[in-house]
Design a protein around this ligand. Structure first.
Ligand SMILES: NC(=O)c1ccc[n+]([C@@H]2O[C@H](COP(=O)([O-])OP(=O)(O)OC[C@H]3O[C@@H](n4cnc5c(N)ncnc54)[C@H](O)[C@@H]3O)[C@@H](O)[C@H]2O)c1
Ligand SMILES: [Zn+2]
Length: 358
């Protein structure tokens, strides 16, 4: 692969600044970074798939394997891990090192933020979604009572190491999910960024040089927002584009549709509503949809009941009272937050979308 050094960068955070380093060989970075008494939290699938690379390193350090399932991201799921850490002498000056995707990240980040009022942690993201999006931005969330991401805060890692080699073993649907998720950054960024992303999309599936450039660009766009609005109070909220609809799709399909694929549908729905409100032309919507279809085409959602969809949408945690807070589109680079009532007109548009657009 090309020289990856040019992609390395730092992020300013009011909690602590942190660093993102790209690498061709995570095991070299891990070996250099790890200190005695650091404790590793590793996705069990990664433990199995990368056993040869990890085994020699794990001889000298304690580690816990976790299952990357949503149930793990809960108080109940955290209890045995915290017990294990405390019983094995983990101290405030020791660090957690997470190796896995977004679930492993959320579990580790949440624990790191509460354990002894905060311990340092490092992250080796292993999915495209975590490499191109979630690894930066400080968010930590766990689920509560089967409801997603209800509890959490902001607590970034101290250092992130991105090795695209991990993606060789990742299921194709998670690659598509990562590309779908990254797509919203490019639409928020502006027309030329989106058009370049659309042009590179197919090659990115085969060529790691193109994919690493996309990941680096996606993180660069996200960095420019999180550095001015780390706590998601204002500017950063545009990144909820596609997410209110997307979360409803994820939960109504019992997570059969991965996050970034659900968000791709969500962006098209947001664009559909934006056309109805006269914010964008249908032509612009179709230009974006051409790409989004490639992300979702093997994940139909005809089985979702429109009634249940409307209820799920009305429960979105970003709503204010009975009013929806949706992120809509006035054109590339002009994504914005809008307040809408879930009235008859809106309901008809949703029905029309499900009846005619899927
Ligand atoms: N904190 C944040 O900012 C943030 C942002 C977006 C999403 N998330 C959370 O991230 C989670 C989704 O994360 P995700 O999509 O990164 O994946 P994941 O952690 O859910 O993992 C998906 C699957 O891929 C497997 N896997 C991971 N890496 C692999 C690899 N290299 N090779 C083979 N298999 C591998 C896992 O074992 C799992 O089966 C959700 O819970 C979501 O809420 C958090
Ligand atoms: Zn997302």
């Amino acid at each position: 692969m090309e020289d990856l050094l040019m992609y390395n960068f730092n992020i300013k955070s009011s909690i602590h600044n942190y660093e993102v380093q790209f690498t061709n060989d995570f095991s070299i970075c891990l070996r250099e970074e790890i200190k005695k008494d650091d404790f590793l939290i590793i996705d069990n699938n990664i433990l199995k798939l990368y056993e040869n690379a990890l085994k020699p390193i794990l001889i000298d350090n304690k580690y816990i394997g976790i299952n990357a399932i949503e149930e793990q991201k809960s108080y109940q799921g955290l209890i045995p891990i915290i017990k294990n850490l405390i019983e094995n002498g983990f101290r405030k000056n020791n660090r957690l090192i997470a190796i896995g995707g977004g679930i492993t990240q959320d579990v580790t980040a949440f624990m790191a933020s509460i354990l002894y009022r905060g311990v340092n942690w490092c992250f080796f993201p292993t999915t495209l979604l975590s490499q191109g999006d979630s690894c930066i931005g400080s968010k930590t969330s766990i689920n509560f009572d089967n409801l997603k991401n209800q509890l959490g805060g902001f607590y970034p890692p101290n250092k992130i190491f991105i090795d695209l080699g991990f993606l060789n073993t990742l299921e194709h649907k998670h690659i598509l999910s990562g590309l779908g998720e990254m797509c919203h950054y490019f639409i928020v960024a502006g027309e030329s960024d989106f058009i370049n992303f659309k042009k590179d999309f197919n090659m990115a599936l085969k060529d790691k040089n193109i994919l690493s450039a996309i990941i680096a660009k996606s993180l660069e766009i996200k960095k420019s927002y999180i550095e001015i609005d780390e706590f998601d109070q204002k500017e950063r909220q545009v990144f909820n584009y596609g997410h209110s609809f997307g979360h409803a799709i994820e939960s109504l399909t019992n997570y059969r549709v991965p996050h970034g694929i659900a968000v791709s549908y969500g962006m098209d729905m947001a664009n559909f509503i934006s056309v109805k409100l006269g914010y964008i032309t249908n032509e612009l919507r179709m230009e974006i949809r051409e790409l989004l279809v490639q992300v979702w085409k093997d994940f139909p959602i005809h089985d979702i009941s429109v009634e249940k969809f409307k209820i799920a949408l009305s429960k979105d945690k970003k709503n204010v009272g009975a009013e929806l807070r949706l992120i809509l589109n006035r054109g590339y680079g002009k994504i914005f937050k809008d307040a809408l009532k879930m009235d008859d007109t809106f309901t008809k548009w949703i029905e029309e979308y499900f009846n005619n657009e899927l």
